[in-house]
Design a binder for this molecule. Structure first.
Ligand code: CTP
Length: 400
């Protein structure tokens, strides 16, 4: 993450999620960012100015008409001297006032006076988020170029389970890094394609075969690459995951569709094939297959194209091609053979035997195999694997 000396203006609105903003301040400071905070009147009902000030190591700005604040740091300077303005939690009320262009307190005045990009992390009751008024405000703000991270579905402080939970500090941090990296990250000006998730191979108009891939690892890699400033094409099989910020997502179904989408994304500087592509496709029956007494359906199978091998041997071969190897035994040995067979540069090998819980789970223990040998990485969550891999890619592309 490249946040050293970035200037963040964090506006803390009034919601129970304000406590998470304290973690966010700490994480931003650890990354070397300078954090100035505005605490709204409602925000100060949830976290104290003292905590915010102690963590940010800066005075806290609260009052539009404070003579001391104006003398030390006028509100115009506060809003201008920021590389990014982050509103977390962004309440329904703050969003409504922003959308209407109100400037009735320090937070909204600074938002109106700022030309910096703005990132909102909404947090509110599920009905408030779903209300047409809030959705219209979200849409209006998005059309003006405001970015959003979350909200997520889950348990809300009001006792309901709905969409309205503020994104976790780590996710907000990634979104901040990705906003800022577009300007100056180590992968700025690099184009990368990432495949993720399973493919789905039709048998007839209503049936298909597929696999258990959740797409989490591929999505995390795409997110981490975008956070370093890369222009990312995320080519995703059918998965239940939200689209990460700052990348373009192309949804596909079959291996043939995935290959076509990859080829049309060329040329790229790196291709990361994290998808669990089905090895076979069926001759698709034109009509729904019907049961016929005791007989089993005749399905004729064909080999699917190998996307990783195709990209590795293509005349527009990306300078760096990375494959994954899902193995259940002799992980390194099989992965080394796979690297040679497919002609890619690196293989990220993981053990997907059932007891490891990699499919659908949140953590992964991988070996990275390249021409120089084998690197065993510790057990890490998928986000950490992705960030480490993105750094390695940035290094290999000679940009870090
Ligand atoms: N892959 C691909 N196209 C395919 C099959 C696999 O691009 N038709 C890619 C995957 O995205 C992954 C790598 O190849 O990066 C290895 O996938 P894996 O399922 O482990 O290997 P297979 O090629 O299926 O080989 P095997 O079944 O022998 O393990």
């Amino acid at each position: 993450m490249h946040l050293a000396s970035k200037r963040i203006l964090l506006i803390i609105g009034g919601g129970i999620a304000a406590y998470k903003s304290l973690f966010l301040i700490r994480r931003l400071r650890e990354q070397g960012a300078q954090v100035r905070c505005i605490l709204t009147k409602a925000g100060a009902e949830f976290v104290t100015p003292l905590s915010v000030s102690a963590l940010s190591e800066q005075p806290v700005y609260q009052d539009l008409f404070s003579l001391t604040d104006e003398a030390e740091m006028g509100h115009i300077r506060l809003s201008r001297e920021a590389d990014l303005v982050v509103v977390a939690p962004a309440t329904a009320n703050l969003m409504a006032r922003m959308a209407s262009g109100l400037a009735d307190d320090l937070a909204t005045t600074c938002l109106l006076a700022s030309s910096a990009p703005v990132l909102l992390a909404p947090a509110m009751n599920g009905y408030m988020w779903a209300h047409p008024a809030t959705q219209e405000n979200r849409q209006r703000l998005a059309e003006r170029g405001v970015s959003f991270v979350g909200p997520e579905a889950g348990d809300l402080a009001c006792g309901e389970v709905a969409t309205g939970r503020m994104a976790e500090p780590e996710e907000i941090l990634t979104a901040i890094a990705s906003q800022l990296a577009g300007q100056s990250g180590p992968l700025a000006c690099k184009r990368v394609l990432v495949t993720a998730g399973p493919t789905r191979e039709a048998l007839d108009p209503v049936r298909y075969v597929s696999n258990h891939s959740s797409g989490k690892q591929g999505f995390a890699i795409a997110t981490a690459l975008a956070a370093l400033g890369a222009e990312v094409a995320l080519i995703a099989g059918p998965v239940q995951l939200p689209t990460p910020d700052n990348l373009s997502r192309i949804d596909v179904e079959s291996a043939d569709d995935m290959l076509a989408a990859c080829l049309s994304a060329l040329p790229v500087d790196a291709a990361i094939c994290a998808a669990a592509v089905a090895d076979w496709k069926a001759q698709i029956a034109p009509n729904k297959m019907k049961k016929t007494g005791d007989g089993l359906p005749e399905i004729s199978w064909q080999q699917n194209p190998d996307i990783l091998a195709t990209l590795s041997q293509h005349e527009q071969r990306p300078p760096l091609v990375v494959g994954f190897a899902a193995e259940t035994e002799k992980v390194v040995e099989h992965a080394q053979a796979k690297r040679a067979r497919k002609g890619c540069d690196w293989i990220v090998a993981n053990d997907v035997s059932a007891e490891r819980g990699v499919f659908g789970g949140d953590s992964n223990q991988v070996h990275v195999i390249d021409a120089d040998g084998v690197e065993a990485w510790p057990q890490l969550d998928k986000r950490a694997v992705a960030e480490r891999l993105a750094d390695r890619i940035a290094h290999a592309l000679g940009q870090s």
